[in-house]
Design a binder for this molecule. Structure first.
Ligand code: A2P
Length: 326
């Protein structure tokens, strides 16, 4: 089987290669593609060196699957060209997520929305994936009315330039900035770009994508996205109000039964999820589970996951696995 990886030289592209190897796709023919700057360079996959090709050349090879992680522009331009060759595209950018004709998929939650006619499948935003992984089983049981979420997002979500900025600032060296401000020793309440209504694009994604994945257009979401000088993963403080009241023990049971979710919650032993320990793991870690006593039927959670794994590469590869099983 041939798999094209568009954005193979990027941060997510590197994790994609690792995840593909780990999950048994090492025997597949990888077609790494990137921008013209990288054509002719080599990347490693399953112990082999592979030549980076242009996206046009990757399309010509008509692979069975193409996984994109190169930003929205290349996805809009090239995903339909792959699809026209019969390739199944799994796209990690925001290009197709809000298109009603394209499924937006977290396999554990809504894999059933994909039909045989679909040729472009959108992978949700990293901060949305980890939040809905924790909330989906609770939504099914108590139905969510409103979510207030504040995120503490890793610089890895902004790509290599951002990781480089943090590392150089920490080393006291000059660097090209990925953010409009220093990130080391700082917090930047600004993810994506500002919209006219005062929210950022990353905040709006948390609203629209949550509604689409949980199939409930009435869920209200109030989001604040903050970039933090951390590399291990994204963390989220989630306050969620339900229509039905809940029993806290049942909440734990529902979270523990959710595939891909790990509950880490023991205050007596200082046990709660942290990004340092989520790094390189596929699971979504949930802790600090407690009733919000300030209003009825409301719960607080702390949700942490490696945004490059379940938030990007792992979810994309799981979508491919799901399609292969069918
Ligand atoms: P390149 O390395 O050639 O610039 P990151 O998010 O870590 O910055 O990575 C972005 C990825 O997307 C890289 O692999 C980058 O390739 C790739 N990319 C960026 N622009 C394009 C484009 N126009 N066509 C194909 N790949 C692109």
């Amino acid at each position: 089987m041939k798999i094209a990886l568009v954005g193979a030289t990027g941060l997510v592209g590197g994790v994609m290669r690792k995840v593909l190897e780990e999950r048994g796709f090492g025997d597949c023919e990888l077609i790494p593609a990137a921008s013209s700057r990288s054509v002719g360079k080599k990347v490693t996959f399953a112990g082999k060196m592979c030549n980076v090709v242009s996206v046009e050349e990757a399309i010509e090879q008509a692979p069975e699957y193409a996984i994109f992680s190169a930003g929205s522009g290349p996805s809009l331009q090239y995903a339909p060209l792959f699809a026209a060759k019969g390739t199944m595209v799994i796209d990690n950018s925001s290009a197709w997520r809000s298109d009603p004709s394209k499924p937006l998929v977290v396999p554990e939650i809504n894999g059933d929305v994909v039909t045989p006619a679909d040729h472009i499948i959108a992978n949700p935003n990293c901060s949305t994936i980890q939040m809905v992984m924790a909330l989906a089983p609770l939504h099914r049981r108590y139905r969510i009315r409103r979510i207030v979420v504040s995120t503490y997002q890793s610089v890895t979500g902004t790509g290599m330039k951002a990781v480089n900025q943090l590392e150089k600032e920490r080393a006291g060296e000059p660097c090209e900035r990925a953010y409009p401000h220093p990130i080391d020793m700082n917090l930047i309440p600004h993810g994506g770009t500002f919209e006219e209504n005062g929210y950022t694009t990353e905040e709006t994604k948390l609203l629209n994508e949550t509604r689409k994945i949980l199939r409930d257009s009435e869920i209200a979401v109030s989001a604040t996205v903050v970039r933090v000088p951390v590399t291990g993963g994204h963390s989220e403080s989630v306050n969620v109000e339900f229509y039905e009241d809940f029993d806290l023990q049942e909440v734990y049971d529902l979270l523990k039964a959710m595939p891909g979710v790990v509950v880490q919650d023991n205050p007596a032993e200082n046990l709660y999820p942290m990004p340092l320990y989520a790094k390189d793991k596929d699971e979504v870690f949930v802790g600090r589970v407690r009733r919000d006593f300030s209003q009825p039927k409301t719960l607080n959670l702390w949700v942490v996951s490696d945004n490059l794994r379940k938030g990007a590469a792992t979810n994309a590869v799981q979508i491919m696995e799901m399609l292969l099983k069918r």
